[in-house]
Design a protein around this ligand. Structure first.
Ligand code: SAH
Length: 233
């Protein structure tokens, strides 16, 4: 069974959006993964299909109703379909490559996109939604975060990336940032490609790449560097 993504959103027209082009888009056409964007408003209340209401306790903005959202979730996924249910949320666990890899190894995912001030807390508990954040900043809705998460996952699915090897050496896969890349021309605006890369010595190239990766990680991401050193020793 190919990887199955269901997205609950008030803006289904945002999907597949950027995931309809390039590698992800071609994989979608081939059926290597599937995507359904479901309109939360289809489960709205009354003639106006209301989905939100004012925050209890008072404060500006609106909150997505738990009854509406629960109905949308229940219609989209049986509790035993094995797919994790994630709520995109700035309060969530920060998304990282390890979680992306876990998701890509599973049957699919159900993604709930918040809007306005967010969603009623009770539906998070009752439907066991796992909150996932894509970074410490506030988006206007969960849709772009869902697209980011799916892009990261889909490129790891079998058959999606042309060059399977490039998935191995990339940033984060070994706890380090990736080494720099160069291509032709050999000299550009007076800048040369590091000679070792043109030496033809595979071992020396590997050593250089490893050292550069370590130098960049120590320099730019002391948090990752500290973890990488613990893992090595
Ligand atoms: N009032 C909330 C922010 C709501 S933003 C707060 O302060 O925490 C509206 C919706 O956008 C959220 O419900 C969530 O689905 C999405 N969103 C915003 N920022 C996000 C982020 N960094 N990661 C994932 N989703 C995010």
């Amino acid at each position: 069974m190919p990887f199955r993504a269901s997205v609950l959103t008030l803006y289904p027209e945002m999907f597949p959006g950027p995931l309809g082009v390039s590698l992800a888009g071609r994989a979608l056409e081939r059926g290597d993964w599937s995507l359904e964007a479901r309109q939360i408003r289809d489960h709205g209340i009354g003639r106006h299909r209301t989905v939100d209401d004012t925050p209890a306790g008072g404060s500006p903005g609106m909150v997505l109703r738990p009854d509406v959202l629960a109905e949308a979730i229940d219609a989209a996924s049986a509790p035993d379909d094995g797919r994790p249910r994630l709520l995109l949320s700035p309060r969530g666990r920060p998304l990282d490559q390890a979680q992306v890899r876990d998701l890509a190894a599973g049957p699919g995912v159900l993604l709930v996109c918040g809007r306005f001030e967010g969603v009623d807390e009770r539906v998070i508990e009752a439907r066991r939604l796992e909150e996932v954040s894509i970074g410490d900043y506030i988006l206007s809705g969960g849709e772009m975060a869902a697209l980011v998460l799916l892009d990261a996952v889909v490129r790891l699915l079998p058959g999606v990336m042309g060059n399977a090897q490039s998935g191995q050496t990339e940033s984060f896969e070994n706890g380090l940032l990736e080494h720099p890349h160069y291509t032709r021309p050999t000299v550009w605006e007076g800048r040369e490609i590091p000679p070792v890369l043109l030496s033809g010595h595979h071992g020396a190239v590997e050593r250089w790449r490893r050292e550069e990766a370590e130098r960049l990680t120590a320099d730019r991401r002391p948090d990752l560097w500290a973890k990488a050193r613990v893992t090595k020793s």
